[in-house]
Write a protein that binds this ligand. Structure first.
Ligand SMILES: Nc1ncnc2c1ncn2[C@@H]1O[C@H](COP(=O)(O)OP(=O)(O)O)[C@@H](O)[C@H]1O
Ligand SMILES: [Mg+2]
Length: 349
């Protein structure tokens, strides 16, 4: 597949200024500029600054600039523990930039590429938090439209942060006079694809209009890869891949790995239904199902732990029975003591 194009100027050296911020080092590269670690001398804190410095023709430059400002407007409306916080956006000395919370951790795509496999519970926990973040965004009429592992930052353990609202749609976005309302933004000049289409929804892949349910599909595709270790569809050429996403049935997760819990597989498959009306209709519904799944799993594990104390687990059956009976006796004893104490209190009062 055609690799991501680099369409911006080389990075700034340390100690350069972007507005009032002092550059420390480069953190990453975006589609239209670099992201730097920088220091804010006024608030005395480290921040991340995303710059916009594309080397493009006028039409594409204008489009990227609109996306950039859309990002500030869309993400600036949001305040959620699993969405990066935007502090400021400005244009100074020919550089347009976005100042945001500095995240320490790794993008999910790098973690997956390194061969790390998450447990089903960790996948459910991360997906639940992202679904909750999407519910927050959607209820403020912001659609992310580019949910993928490289836009999910894992700050610690299973604490994700959603970044990059560059192609988000928000109600107060700039009017797109020279672009049709639902043009897939991941296309740049000459129909070249920018980034990976692996997580695009079928409606995005077919160039149809999208709504908030596009994010639900993409989150399903991310969870699918986290659980199976592979993307739902694979093709050498981008056009073939888009065709598969738009029309081919998603291979069942349990066919790839029979150990994946059926209940979790069901949630992911529902999120990834081809037709938006067959998916979760809101990110909140998906978040609730993931939470229910997690609670059920945790309860089941606690029950196993209670019924099989570690000493009894490896010993003969009568020891396990003894463990369970002893627990029951303690519970009954405690309940009786509480009942006797309350009757005595009422009687003596
Ligand atoms: N707030 C942040 N803190 C730390 N690193 C960041 C932050 N935002 C972006 N990055 C880094 O910069 C890269 C590109 O940022 P992103 O917003 O995804 O750009 P693009 O819109 O071009 O995809 C990310 O993959 C990440 O490595
Ligand atoms: Mg990105």
């Amino acid at each position: 597949m055609t690799p991501v194009q680099t369409v911006f100027s080389p990075s700034l050296p340390a100690n350069s200024r972007i507005g009032r911020f002092c550059v420390t080092r480069e953190l990453g590269r975006g589609t239209a500029g670099c992201v730097y670690l920088a220091h804010d001398p006024v608030i005395a804190r480290d921040i991340a600054v995303k710059t916009f410095t594309p080397r493009l023709g006028v039409a594409e430059k204008n489009r990227f600039e609109r996306q950039f400002i859309n990002e500030a407007r869309a993400a600036g409306r949001l305040s959620h523990p699993h969405i990066v916080t935007i502090y400021d956006a400005s244009s100074e000395g020919g550089t347009t930039y976005l100042a945001m919370e500095y995240l320490q951790g790794r993008e999910l795509n790098r973690i997956l590429e390194s061969g790390h496999r998450y447990t089903p519970d960790q996948v459910a926990s991360i997906a639940w938090k992202i679904a909750d973040a999407l519910h927050h965004a959607h209820s403020r009429e912001v659609i992310h439209r580019d949910i993928k592992p490289s836009n999910i930052f894992i700050v610690k353990d299973d604490h994700p942060k959603l970044i990059d609202f560059g192609i988000a749609r928000s109600p107060n976005r700039l009017a797109e006079r020279d672009a049709p309302p639902d043009e897939p933004y991941t296309m740049i000049g000459n129909n070249r694809l920018l980034g990976t289409p692996n997580y695009m929804s079928p409606e995005q892949a077919a160039g149809k209009p999208v709504d908030s349910r596009t994010d639900i599909y993409s989150l399903g595709a991310v969870a699918y890869e986290m659980l199976t270790g592979r993307t739902p569809f694979q093709a050498e050429r981008a056009d073939k891949l888009l065709q598969q996403i738009a029309y081919k049935a998603v291979p069942r997760l349990t066919e790839i790995d029979a150990r994946i819990p059926a209940a979790l597989s069901h949630i992911v498959m529902k999120a990834m239904a081809k037709r938006p009306e067959k998916r979760y209709q809101t990110a909140e519904e998906m978040a609730l199902d993931l939470k229910r799944y997690l609670l059920k799993e945790r309860r089941a594990r606690r029950r196993v732990r209670l019924e099989l104390p570690s000493a009894a687990a490896s010993g003969p059956e009568w020891i396990a029975q003894f463990g369970t009976l002893r627990l029951r006796a303690v519970a009954i004893g405690a309940a009786t003591a509480v009942a006797v104490a309350s009757s005595a209190y009422l009687f003596l009062r």
